[in-house]
Ligand binder design. Sequence first.
Ligand code: ZN
Length: 494
Amino acid sequence: MNLRIFDTREKRKVELVPLRPGKLGIYACGITVYDVCHVGHARMLVAFDVIVRHLRTSGLEVRFVRNVTDIDDKIIRRAAAEGVSAEAVARKYEDAMARDMVALGIAPPDEEPRATASIDEIVALIARLCDQNLAYPAAGDVYFSVESFPSYGALSGQSTSDLQSGARIEVDEDKRNPLDFALWKGAKPGEPQWPSPWGPGRPGWHIECSAMASRYLGETFDIHGGGADLIFPHHENERAQSEGAFGIGTFARHWLHSGMVNFGGEKMSKSLGNVVNIGRVAEAHDLEALRLLFVSAHYRSPLSFDVARQPDGSTTFPDLAAAEDRLDYFYRTLERIDAAGLPPGPPTPGPVLAPADRTVAAFTEAMNDDFNTAAAVGDLYESFVLANKLLDEPKSAPKDVRLRTLSVLRTDLRRCGETLGIFRRVPSAFLLARRERLCRSRGIDAGVVETEIAARAAARASKNFTRADEIRTDLKNRGIELMDTAAGTSWRVV
Ligand SMILES: [Zn+2]
């Protein structure tokens, strides 16, 4: 297959050659369920959703595994703060995550294992590392010995001596080397715990992914992904554990990382108070617009998500508002194509105007070049421009070519949108929902608008065009645009 991907370890684009012809195994690190998901999580989730969709469209039989980290220091701290069990915290935020996934249109993975459901595999993997002297127990904990794994640092492009100079050892840890990391953490009073050969405890974070990836995809598989913030130490450690236990070169054949989201030029962080939750975004905008904002950039690029503070203290999201305007344009175009009276069924053979003659081909080329959704969306935009030109200027092309071109666009634009997870709704569903949201946020009473439109129609019927124009101008000044069609007058908020 002709698909090139940027491999983090290789630091270049490489051809994707599946381990088993026609099949592809992909693992992405999922969410640590100690709080609701934010825009940074959404970007990573959308990136891998689109990647998997494109791999499937390319004809590969994909097995996609994304874990849920449901035991972790942050979950335990949250449970202590709320006076509930760690399990209750994990289940609560796992449910919240599942709702966000549905709202974002993220397809469920083929396997979505929880760390706590893989303790046997985790313990077995740690035992294997101990047997090979790659790990050592110390006072109820078990640590991975970084010195015993010579290529440690290769994924993140760092040498162990660089890392060593920056590392700090905590006073209560019994590590032999500051870079060594915990595979198993001995139980502290009141914490969740499972039995193990080293005493009761719980897994460290990194080991769960090594255990779950091999459980569901085998010791060697095609692609491991996650957000770029996981390259070090999480993915570096996963690689050391798996290649240490199973043999050098056996873990993920390729590493893919999605870029970070910056808020107003700053890294998103809870301490800066600039974390925007997905639920908060959904109150103000259509989440499909968030998807469009993400796919309008390359998945590896950093993405800016501006948060503007208004004089009344509220916040708005200017980049997202602009993306929703673009989505509105796309859906209005699709609605116009649907209403253009085209013959049903597939287009008849014959000439089609450029660039509609190769919408899918251009889209596929862009996606085959390391999932370049930014270029793909740019190409799609050109096809939307053509559609509008053909609808606005019926005489700009011979009738049969015009109708055929619009028919091709009707099918192909949606086909490409399917991979990106956009344009999947009936246009009127998106457009009406957006109009209602804009009416609410601007205090527009839809009933009053409808009454004005009826008054204008009556004025026109009695040939009082001055009055009809006054009504139109008055509505326009209030941000309402009227569209007169054969079927009557419709309206939108602009
Ligand atoms: Zn992971």
